[in-house]
Write a protein that binds this ligand. Structure first.
Ligand SMILES: [Zn+2]
Length: 71
């Protein structure tokens, strides 16, 4: 398996470079949100997917994570 599970492009690590960057951002931003708003991982994912300015790559990563984790 060497393709991104989200989009089917060649993958770098877990995902392709676009989705990997988005995934790293999602994880990194959670540190700030957790501290600032006391959100759980699930609440946080819902929250950022509701924000209109959230980009396409991030939305796709969130959908993927939610499916994987059964959220
Ligand atoms: Zn991808």
């Amino acid at each position: 398996m060497s393709i991104c599970p989200i989009c089917g492009r060649d993958k770098q690590d877990k995902f392709c470079s676009y989705h990997q960057t988005a995934y790293d951002n999602v994880k990194e931003m959670y540190g700030q949100w957790k501290t600032a708003a006391g959100l759980s991982w699930e609440e946080y994912l819902h929250k950022i997917s509701d924000i209109e300015s959230t980009g396409r790559w991030i939305r796709e990563v969130i959908e993927f994570i939610m499916q994987q984790d059964g959220l």
